[in-house]
Design a binder for this molecule. Structure first.
Ligand SMILES: [Zn+2]
Length: 434
């Protein structure tokens, strides 16, 4: 008789709408059957719960949780120049990043995310928090043409990116990603050096592309073409490139994305809140592009809740296309889960034997999930992240009965509030109202 690490007993598997036991060992789903007789070191009851794969949040700036709620209702450039950049200049430090990440990771675990792809400063600190919290992340600091606390020149950024990648490549749960910030903040030379480094080390690239019309105009003025054409012409695009936003693409650019097999991270709530526009995702699906989902930083969203993001995505595109099946519930759930893991090269995001066990259990014993007819549709359209009861990453239970086991929630909230008070004082003293 084999001994499993963990068995989830009698749980409703949303995709397929059937009740079964799920046996897990070494972080991998080993068996899915109605009544598994073998023993396990740990057993969880799935009664009154349904299981889906955990979420993969493919575009974040996690430490920005400490700026959540600031500069509400400003357009992107004003929000960056008047609020975010001055605050980052004053406050961003390894300590800030540590607490901001703890707060963000806590929020992500509680809302069912076990993988995120992040771009910010002091990412080695983000890595430490992720490792101790027991989830996964692809990390890189933003590479820019102008000086920040990370580096002074593009060459220095690239050198540091290489060093960072070498330092964290042996970590268990985090992996390095190369993050040139955007085509309007990196020169052609910087973009190509970042690309070259990613090729050399066989890493993903994470970049913002075609987020606003202003960006498109800027690139068109400078290079005589739109961002996606420009990136394609310099040889930057490809299957290891993860482009966040991709709001303003025309039909020919969609074909370029398809031909180069470049991946897209759709960030509907951030694009809505900053009034950047709505990415033509139904057209992307029509061309079979690789589409994933992300929240963006929680200063522009204003949370890291992938369940909410998924529901927004599914409803938004029905409304704009006047087509109820523009993104159906099954597709929405797949974009928010499996597609992200797959882009990161991780075999998770499906509840199948042989897949890594990144799973979440949702408590269905509540008014808004009763009666339960169609679990996938009801997860997308009725469930809330506060219904998530259990979170499993690589076969380890990191949240149970809504309690995160790997982080001290009380301390994190207290310390985040102390940072919030400091930031508030600074704003009162230095920012003028206009
Ligand atoms: Zn972003």
């Amino acid at each position: 008789m084999s001994l499993y690490d963990l068995i989830i007993k009698g749980v409703l598997i949303a995709q397929g709408n059937r009740i079964a036991d799920i046996a897990i060992s070494d972080g991998v789903i080993k068996k899915i059957e109605p009544d598994i007789k073998e023993e396990a070191k740990e057993k969880i009851s799935g009664k009154g719960k349904l299981v889906i794969p955990a979420f993969a949040n493919m575009h974040t700036h996690v430490p920005m949780t400490l700026f959540r709620g600031l500069g509400a209702d400003l357009p992107l450039m004003d929000w960056l120049q008047k609020i975010i950049w001055p605050l980052e200049k004053e406050f961003v430090s390894p300590d800030f990043v540590k607490i901001g990440t703890e707060l963000g990771v806590l929020e992500m675990i509680k809302s069912g995310t076990t993988l995120f792809i992040d771009m910010y400063f002091f990412e080695e600190m983000v890595g430490e928090v992720v490792e101790s919290a027991g989830i996964r992340a692809g990390l890189g600091f933003g590479i820019l043409d102008f000086p920040t606390k990370v580096a002074k020149t593009p060459d220095e950024y690239i050198k540091k990116a290489k060093k960072f990648a070498e330092n964290i490549k042996d970590h268990k749960n985090v992996f390095p990603v190369i993050c040139p910030h955007a085509p309007y903040t990196c020169s052609k030379n910087t973009l190509l050096k970042a690309k070259e480094l990613a090729q050399e080390l066989n890493l993903l690239i994470h970049i913002h592309v075609a987020e606003t019309q202003t960006e498109v105009e800027r690139i068109r003025e400078e290079f005589g073409k739109t961002p996606v054409r420009y990136l394609n012409d310099i040889g930057f695009l490809g299957e290891n490139v993860l482009c966040a936003h991709m709001v303003w693409l025309d039909a020919e650019e969609i074909d370029i994305v398809k031909e180069t097999n470049t991946a897209v991270v759709h960030c509907p709530e951030s694009n809505l809140k900053l009034a950047s526009g709505i990415a033509p995702v139904p057209a992307y699906l029509g061309k079979n592009l690789r589409i994933t989902l992300g929240t963006d930083g929680s200063a522009s969203n204003d949370n890291l809740d992938m369940m909410e993001e998924m529901a927004t995505m599914a409803k938004l595109h029905k409304g704009t296309s006047m087509n109820t099946s523009a993104i159906d519930a099954t597709t929405a759930l797949k974009i928010a889960t499996e597609n992200g893991f797959s882009c990161a090269g991780i075999k998770a995001g499906r509840i199948e034997e042989g897949y890594e066990a990144d799973l979440i259990l949702i408590d269905t014993d509540c008014p808004h999930l009763t009666p339960l007819y169609d679990p996938v549709a009801q997860v997308v359209y009725s469930a809330r992240s506060s219904d998530i009861d259990t979170v499993i990453c690589k076969g380890k239970v990191i949240m149970e009965n809504k309690e995160v086991k790997t982080l001290d929630e009380e301390r994190i909230l207290r310390e985040a509030q102390t940072w919030g008070d400091k930031i508030k004082n600074f704003i009162t003293k230095h920012f003028t109202r206009d």
